[in-house]
Ligand binder design. Structure first.
Ligand code: NAP
Length: 335
């Protein structure tokens, strides 16, 4: 069976996902798209052989659409995901599930009431070969018990509107999911330290050092540096009681000439995580057939937003802030 996918939001990542599903993912076609930027939507639609609809609701309720991919701005996600649940359609929603835990909980309530998993979140690092290898080293027992996780999240630069708060809620939120998934543990507290700002950072407090204490006591450090200049450099090192699992920044090849050797660092997330997006989308399409979703769930989306909210408070108050989660519904056991 070929699943017919509707895409909502055809900006940076929505266009990337739509093109990828149309040309590189087996078992799915893109049949409908919507974006308020109508010309962009039409252009993407014509590139993938889809129709451009007039509203997001038209995509969700189109009888020709089996499943929906949401890549609109984060503040719209909860309402669009709720509409998908209402229509009984599986949905892959880019992070965040919603900017507030209150909205995330509405999604959780609706999905539990629907009685089957429909929502997957776009935390694609779970499909990145290097992160998967680090997790395998821990799960196999090769490096003993996890003690500390050190994460780097460096972007070359960011626009002026990308504030220090957004660095936490939009960027570090990936490390939130990475930490919870790699360690199989919840984040108990968040601390945010802002030291000497980079002269390249404008009005942003950048870099920031974020510390998570996991419920088990494992410590996680996250360097968030959105004006690092030299490239997109995202990786981690997991320190175990009997060894260390780490990864190199994937490079784009090397040039050797008189006097030295230069390796090229990825310029952005599209290049660094291209194969992870590919694996994520293929796994999601495969899940549409099996009905078993293995990526991040709505619960993971809720937990990520809860940690981001705690991070904002930690930054504002200069304090170590506890993450408060509601009881996990039994529906999400093993999800
Ligand atoms: P973007 O380039 O701004 O794209 C968002 C698109 O949605 C824009 O074309 C925007 O139009 C459109 N839009 C606005 N209102 C809409 C509505 N009511 N319905 C449908 N579309 C609407 O942003 P992006 O970088 O692609 O990010 C989109 C989402 O993906 C964000 O939640 C972001 O956090 C996430 N993301 C995830 C990753 C990842 O690695 N997983 C990477 C990048 C982005 P206008 O421009 O006219 O407003």
């Amino acid at each position: 069976m070929v699943f017919r996918v509707g895409v909502i939001g055809t900006g940076n990542i929505g266009t990337d996902h739509a093109n990828r599903i149309a040309s590189q993912v087996s078992g799915a076609d893109v049949v409908a798209v919507f974006d308020v930027a109508t010309e962009r939507a039409k252009e993407v639609a014509s590139g993938v052989g889809a129709v451009a609809h007039a509203t997001d609701g038209d995509v969700i309720n189109d009888p020709e659409v089996d499943a929906v991919l949401i890549a609109s701005p984060g503040e719209l996600h909860a309402e669009q995901v709720l509409a998908c649940i209402d229509a009984g359609k599986p949905v892959l929603c880019e992070k965040p599930l919603a900017p507030t835990t209150a909205e995330c909980l509405k999604v959780i309530e609706a999905e539990v009431a629907a009685g089957r998993q429909l929502v997957q979140l776009g935390f694609m690092r779970r499909y990145d070969a290097a992160y998967v290898e680090v997790k395998a080293a821990l799960d196999s027992g090769d490096i003993g018990e996890a003690l500390m996780l050190h994460c780097l999240h460096r972007n070359p630069t960011a626009p002026d509107w990308f504030t220090s708060d957004l660095a936490l809620t939009d960027s570090v939120v990936h490390e939130v999911d990475t930490s919870r998934w790699l360690l199989g543990d919840e984040i108990a507290t968040v601390t945010v330290l802002a030291g000497k700002p980079s002269p390249k950072a404008g009005s942003a407090q950048d870099p920031q050092l974020v510390v998570f204490e996991m419920a088990s006591g494992v410590l996680v450090t996250v360097e968030s540096f959105i004006h690092a200049q030299y490239g997109y450099d995202v990786r981690c090192e997991l320190v175990g009681s009997e060894g260390v699992a780490s990864m190199d920044t994937p490079t784009l090849g090397a040039v050797t000439r008189r006097g030295g050797r230069t390796t090229v660092v990825p310029p952005d997330w599209r290049v660094r995580f291209g194969s992870a997006y590919q694996a994520e989308l293929q796994a999601w399409v495969d899940s549409l057939a099996s009905g078993e979703f293995h990526g991040a769930s709505a619960w993971d989306g809720y937990a990520a937003t809860a940690v981001a909210e705690a991070g904002l408070r930690a930054r504002a108050e200069g304090a170590r802030v506890a993450v408060e989660l509601v009881d996990r519904p039994s529906f999400y056991a093993g999800k």
